[in-house]
Write a protein that binds this ligand. Structure first.
Ligand code: ADE
Ligand code: ZN
Length: 326
């Protein structure tokens, strides 16, 4: 069996995927036409050509701009369904998806529009595609903690359908400590906690995510490897890292996939998983991330199975649900 077929046949969960980052240029144009919004690009090719980033901020600027075509619940449902169809086609069976409500409420959309549209898409994914999913609300870290508290308040009516909260957007200069109180409040409401840390930020940010935010998973975590004591702690605590190889390549976190730390992470005993982050912007969905990384790092099939197993072990599924997959 080819490596591509092996990866496709392997049941996999995706734990780090921003739904706004799955907006393909074709859908961006379709939604812009439907909503009568003018785009600053003439063609799909022109959009794709603009996807050359030298760091996280370069990408975020264009990603927030792209999200402006999303206006109605139907738009968010279509966005979610497009992602779930891709995931189903490549052997994904479960996804814990991020969304950025502040990106939408800050341009005047009611909180309800994004979340009800996404939940409708998630319900359809279960019935039409057999894919299970959970929703993680991310606070934008370039905004202040009061804005995050307002977002938590707006989310109150939906808390039974929100699995957890996360922390994303511009990392450097916005340490996890800035959000310690809103994470504590989120935890008190029974929400799971994750945070982007160590993507561009230093190991100190990973320590803060662990000690001050008390996260259940670290998103990215690459720079943890610069600190041996931190690495040992992450191994000891069995902390899941949601690693995103093609994202790391596109955002110049690594210069070459052959230099990606994923294999080193596995060798060290870290619970690493593979994820697509923002697949429409970074040139690959979940299986592409597995395949290109496996080829670049010469991963064995046993290592690929470990990565898939880690994705279920790190998921916010019950032990009984995990047992069905592992
Ligand atoms: N938002 C979407 N993708 C992100 C990433 N890779 N890092 C931080 N914020 C993000
Ligand atoms: Zn991310």
């Amino acid at each position: 069996m080819s490596l591509a077929d092996f990866i496709k046949a392997l049941p996999k969960a995706e734990l780090h995927m921003h739904i706004e980052g799955s907006l393909e240029p074709e859908l961006m144009f379709a939604l812009a036409a439907r909503n009568k919004i003018a785009l600053p690009f003439k063609s799909v090719e022109e959009v794709r050509a603009a996807y050359a980033f030298s760091n996280l901020q370069d990408f975020l600027d264009i990603y927030y701009q792209g999200a402006q075509v999303l206006l109605t619940e139907e738009d968010f449902q279509d966005l979610a369904m497009a992602y779930f169809r891709r995931l189903a086609a490549e052997g994904g069976v479960h996804a814990e998806i991020f969304f950025d409500p502040q990106t939408h409420t800050d341009r005047g959309l009611p909180f309800k529009v994004a979340i009800d549209g996404l939940l409708a898409g998630m319900d359809r994914a279960r019935t039409e595609l057999g894919i299970t999913s959970k929703l993680i609300l991310c606070y934008l870290r370039h905004l202040d903690e009061d804005a995050a508290f307002a977002t938590l308040k707006a989310a109150e009516p939906w808390l039974d359908r929100i699995e957890g909260v996360g922390l994303d957007s511009s990392e450097v200069g916005h340490p996890p400590s800035k959000f310690a109180r809103v994470f504590a409040a989120s935890r008190e409401r029974g929400l799971k906690l994750v945070a982007h840390a160590g993507e561009e930020g230093p190991p100190a940010y990973v320590y803060e995510a662990l000690d001050l935010l008390k996260v259940d998973r670290i998103d990215h975590g690459n720079r943890s490897l610069e600190d041996a004591a931190l690495t040992q702690r992450l191994v000891r605590e069995g902390m899941t890292l949601t690693v995103c190889p093609l994202s790391n390549l596109k955002l110049c976190v690594v210069n070459d996939l052959k230099a990606h730390p994923l294999k080193r992470m596995l060798d060290l005993g870290l619970k690493a998983t593979v994820n697509s982050d923002d697949p429409a912007y970074f040139g690959g969905y979940l299986a592409d991330n597995y395949l290109q990384t496996a080829q670049a790092l010469d991963l064995t099939r046993a290592e690929i199975v470990t990565l898939a197993r880690n994705s279920f072990e790190g998921a916010f599924l019950s032990e009984a649900e995990k047992a069905g997959y592992i």
